[in-house]
Design a protein around this ligand. Structure first.
Ligand SMILES: Nc1ncnc2c1ncn2[C@@H]1O[C@H](COP(=O)(O)OP(=O)(O)OP(=O)(O)O)[C@@H](O)[C@H]1O
Ligand SMILES: [Mg+2]
Length: 255
């Protein structure tokens, strides 16, 4: 783990920063097999903003999110969650921060098959030994639109419903930031629209911060900002994206 001193994060005038990477580098392998998965990424994620990360396969999208979420370590540089430098945390403190302040949604819903939807949503809180905030839980369940399905097991839910449970689970602890790696990658367009609408509402209505990897210009259009990675570097940024503006950029870019 890198413990060299890094510049303290400077909050931009516009507001709080939920997550930040400073000159993030990640090298896998060595010699002939060396891969620069992240080749110096500096980026801020403002609190209350929905960001989509796009870019070709192998461009470092998952690596960036895993390092920001404290699931993987940088080779050099630093990553911050709400002003805490993850690169300087001890394993125990990192585990606590990850549990309390970070939500993660994977492409494969990662639900526990033997638990009901409700039990899946409250599981991380139960593991952390915290009581769920009942009012917040009710709000999340209302927004997720699963009211009468809470007692169902994942196998009794559609793919879109399962992924909404996974997002609700990430929301339940009110994390500083939710990272979602291709959360709609396995879903049909209707289920995708459901889950994207839900994530959009979590940002607009509750001020949740979300960073989502996607290959889909329609999914990206739900975000406030699109970042494009190529060869481990940030190469483009778009604000207020529409699916057309994303498609137009991707055409010039050749993804
Ligand atoms: N554990 C690992 N060991 C070695 N190389 C790795 C490892 N994880 C990722 N890589 C390499 O790092 C680069 C970036 O991978 P990453 O998974 O971040 O890409 P991605 O942009 O998420 O791609 P995709 O769109 O296919 O999910 C790739 O070249 C990949 O092969
Ligand atoms: Mg990936």
């Amino acid at each position: 783990m890198t413990t060299t001193s890094s510049p303290p994060p400077v909050a931009p005038a516009s507001g709080a920063v939920a997550a930040r990477a400073i000159d993030a580098r990640k090298v896998y392998g060595e010699g002939d097999t060396e891969v620069n998965a992240l080749a110096g990424v500096t980026v801020d994620f403002a609190a209350g903003q929905f960001t989509a990360i796009m870019g070709p396969s192998g461009s470092g999208k998952s690596t960036l999110m895993h390092c920001l979420a404290g699931l993987d370590e940088l080779t050099s540089g630093s990553v911050w969650i709400e002003g805490t430098n993850l690169t300087e945390l001890r394993e125990k403190d990192l585990t606590k921060l990850r549990r309390d302040r970070v939500g993660f949604v994977f492409q494969a819903f990662n639900l526990i098959p033997t638990l009901s939807a409700e039990e899946n949503i409250t599981l991380p809180l139960a593991l952390a030994g915290s009581e769920p905030d009942q009012a917040w839980f009710d709000e999340v369940v209302k927004t997720v639109g699963l009211g009468d399905r809470l007692t169902h097991r994942p196998s009794e839910l559609s793919g879109g419903q399962q992924q909404r449970v996974a997002v609700a689970r990430a929301l339940a602890s009110k994390p500083a930031i939710i990272f979602a790696d291709e959360p709609t990658g396995n879903l049909d367009s209707r289920s995708s629209a459901e889950i994207l609408g839900f994530m959009r509402r979590a940002v607009t209505e509750y001020g949740q911060t979300i960073v989502m990897v996607t290959h889909d210009p329609v999914a990206a259009s739900y975000a406030d900002r699109v970042l494009v990675l190529a060869d481990g570097k940030l190469v483009h940024e778009m604000f207020e994206p529409t699916s057309d503006s994303v498609v137009d950029f991707m055409k010039t870019f050749g993804d």
